[in-house]
Design a protein around this ligand. Structure first.
Ligand code: ATP
Length: 368
């Protein structure tokens, strides 16, 4: 979804300096964030980082110790969950097993006392949206996991919430079905245009589904950005390591000679460009994604961003191959190369002595 153009839409959901303290332990620790109308936003982090607690505060199941949550201009403080203009979909879809798909979707609408015609119109529209019209009369156990997931989504959306909260939405599905369902859910959510906050520990899921992600650790946001920003320009080692595969190489700034970082050992120095401000000798980490490195038997013309080593391991994955290259310093460099059309004499194998080279914009130099 495109970012909201007017200011009210850009600040549709405001999380302002929110803290949740569980008897002295800050599960959520001074977190602030604005989410735009129509965004699909993912809270991403490993177990215990506080993402579920934050989601539960949005839903009203937990009360913030301090801070404010404002949705579409309305402060949600004091509003119980059922009075909030939002809906939460849980990992276990919690469909009623004895009700048909149609009745499951209609349940909340009937409970709210909507007129019969309105209920029917909305349920039919939802069934069409999630493409389950044919299954209206089935019971949940007669559906696949992915279909049950879509029923749960239809039920969450039938009440036309302003905000949809998803807690590990695809946690119950196996990998292949997950990938397919991720795309289906995003398509449905975007069609409806509902603003969505989801919680996941699965970075691929967050990257595929969300317009922006917040990487959380120990109750704080380490970085907030689009999936490509967070992947391409991580600001900390933690984020670089948490999202995708990465080589983290320790080095020091060498300002005397040129603006570069020295990595490797005394006898095997390599120079890496940086472009950050720092002091001579300052320790830094060079973060480099495996797919941004080019391997060759021939020495590249450029000495910068070039290291030499020996192929110790290789694993073939069909469309790409992963090499583990042992550098003179003893460090291992992980390199993945796309298996596009290749000349035979280019083929690399175990024991080959190779040069690894990458462009200056491929790596990020991190100071924390
Ligand atoms: P997971 O993916 O495992 O659910 P999470 O990132 O969602 O993890 P939270 O469930 O938000 O993490 O929990 C954050 C921290 O707060 C954890 O250390 C947890 O033990 C603690 N916590 C959560 N709920 C409570 C509670 N009701 N009382 C005390 N501590 C809690």
């Amino acid at each position: 979804p495109s970012p909201a153009s007017n200011s009210a839409d850009a600040h549709f959901l405001q999380i302002q300096d929110v803290v949740k303290d569980f008897s002295g332990y800050k599960a959520v620790n001074h977190v602030s964030l604005d989410i735009a109308k129509g965004e699909i936003f993912a809270l991403l982090g490993s177990s215990g980082c506080g993402k579920t607690t934050l989601l539960r505060m949005l839903a009203g199941f937990e009360t913030p110790t301090s801070g404010r949550i404002i949705l579409n201009g309305q402060d949600l403080a004091g509003l119980p969950p059922y009075e909030r203009p939002l809906n939460m979909m849980f990992q276990s879809y919690a469909l009623f097993p004895h009700l048909t798909v149609w009745d499951n979707i209609a349940f909340g609408l009937r409970r709210d006392g909507l007129p019969k015609d309105e209920v029917a119109a909305r349920v039919d529209a939802m069934l069409k949206l999630v493409q389950l019209g044919k299954f209206a009369k089935r019971k949940p156990h007669q559906l696949s996991g992915g279909q049950q997931q879509r029923v749960a989504l239809a039920r969450s959306l039938a009440k036309q919430p302003q905000l949809l909260l998803l807690d590990e939405p695809l946690g119950a599905l196996d990998k292949k079905l997950r990938e397919q369902t991720q795309i289906e859910l995003v398509n449905i959510i975007e069609q409806v245009g509902v603003t969505c906050v989801m919680v996941t520990h699965d970075q691929e899921e967050a990257m595929t589904m969300a317009s922006r992600v917040a990487v959380m650790s120990e109750g704080r946001f380490l970085q907030v950005g689009s999936p490509s920003e967070v992947y391409e320009t991580p600001q900390t080692r933690f984020v670089a390591d948490f999202i995708g595969n990465v080589n983290l190489m320790e080095g020091t700034l060498d300002e005397d000679y040129a603006d570069h970082v020295v990595i490797g050992c005394d006898d095997c120095k390599h120079f890496v460009g940086h472009g950050i401000t720092g002091t001579q000798g300052m320790p830094v980490t060079v973060a480099l994604r495996p797919e941004k490195i080019h391997l060759s038997r021939h020495k590249p013309a450029d000495d910068y961003n070039t290291v030499r080593g020996t192929i110790e391991e290789m694993s073939y994955f069909g469309s790409f191959t992963v090499y583990r290259v042992k550098l003179a310093s003893g460090a291992m460099l992980k390199v993945s190369q796309a298996n596009t059309v290749r000349q035979r004499d280019d083929e690399l194998t175990w024991g080959d002595s190779v040069w690894a080279h990458w462009s200056r914009s491929a790596h990020v130099v991190l100071t924390q």
